[in-house]
Design a protein around this ligand. Structure first.
Ligand SMILES: C[S@@+](CC[C@H](N)C(=O)[O-])C[C@H]1O[C@@H](n2cnc3c(N)ncnc32)[C@H](O)[C@@H]1O
Length: 328
């Protein structure tokens, strides 16, 4: 295999069993966050890094990323609010359900790269796993710490929080993890390969690598189900259409290459894994904005789970969950 231009790993071979973007995507420049352990004194710390917008001359606008009710989920407050919505609950519960099928039994050591406010860390600590969260944003870590403080001692002692960029994680947390999670993070880095390669390096041979990314080929679905026809046509790359402007509309931004699930799977495989399964997340609920979960939430999750595990539904879901095993 040819070496990849972005890593020492062989060039990825596209796996067509997962949805493919089918187009070349360019990326915005990225100013990655600095690395701090939670124990590092705050003095002199840079403000938490935000993902900077594209320089107009460097990035081609491909389509709107999202429509109404879509916040910048790198913002801690936005993300914490999102995790309480039906869409947030569906997402987290489907990820947990899939992982239960593939993780080694507890106790095992899990690392959650870009673990945010610690939803999955808390969930798997409750299930008896030892979980380390590696997260660059101090506000996300503060929220994780706040929730952790209210958890039983048996959970608290199983969760460790480390501040830093996922791409530096080998240096920060070492290797040999039984499973490595990276959920909802690759859409925020300009180039997925360096981060995905690190995920594999972190994981012991035979361990699990779990990645959630956007389903780029199906991004028009939400706009269509919300009757935002101009956005829908723009997302379908129809000539002459650009995203609608005005209140409630998100600005147009370029789609990062991490939104192509086939590309993500191929990079992981080239780095030394084999795919075990992939799931769609949010086939039926993605257009529901900030609707809170109702009394039927368990049934909604069951329906989403059933759809997310089978064709053709999983191929049009908003997010794709890749589960791979490290082979070497
Ligand atoms: C949408 S949140 C997802 C949080 C969590 N993984 C979850 O699924 O609930 C995205 C997270 O990725 C983090 N992030 C962004 N760039 C990162 C990077 N280069 N390395 C590690 N984490 C990163 C953000 O700080 C944020 O907490």
């Amino acid at each position: 295999m040819q070496p990849s231009p972005t890593s020492d790993h062989p060039a990825p071979v596209i796996d067509r069993t997962v949805p493919s973007g089918g187009r070349t995507l360019r990326e915005p420049p990225f100013d990655g966050p600095q690395v701090h352990h939670t124990s590092t004194p705050a003095a002199g710390r840079r403000p938490p890094a935000r993902h900077e917008g594209p320089a107009a001359s460097e990035a081609r606008v491909l389509a709107v990323v999202d429509g109404p009710d879509t916040a910048d989920y790198t913002d801690a407050a936005d993300y914490v609010a999102h995790t309480a919505t039906l869409r947030g609950v569906v997402r987290q519960r489907l990820v947990t359900r899939a992982l239960i099928e593939h993780l080694p039994p507890a106790p095992a050591r899990l690392i959650d790269i870009g673990g945010g406010n610690g939803v999955q860390a808390m969930e798997f600590a409750r299930r008896g796993y030892d979980v380390t969260v590696c997260e660059p944003d101090s506000r996300m870590l503060a929220e994780a710490r706040r929730v952790l403080a209210g958890a039983p001692e048996s959970v608290r002692r199983r969760v460790e929080l480390v501040q830093g960029d996922g791409r530096d994680a080998v240096r920060l947390v070492g290797t040999g993890w039984d499973a490595t999670f990276c959920h909802g993070v690759i859409m925020f880095v300009p180039e997925p390969a360096p981060l995905l390669n690190v995920l594999v390096e972190l994981t012991r041979p035979g361990g699990i690598v779990s990645v959630v990314g956007k389903n780029g080929p199906a991004l028009a679905l939400r706009a269509g189900l919300q009757s935002r026809w101009q956005d829908t046509a723009a997302l379908l790359d129809e000539p002459g259409f650009t995203a609608a402007a005005g209140p409630g509309r998100q600005p147009t931004v370029p789609l990062p290459p991490g939104d192509d699930p086939a590309n993500v799977a191929a990079i992981l495989t080239a780095a030394g894994t084999r795919p075990l399964a992939w799931y769609g997340i949010r086939t039926f609920t993605d257009h529901l904005g900030d609707l809170p979960p109702g009394p039927d939430v368990d049934t909604v999750v069951d329906a989403e789970w059933a759809a997310g595990a089978r064709d053709p539904y999983r191929g049009i879901a908003r997010l794709i969950h890749h589960v791979h095993r490290r082979t070497e």
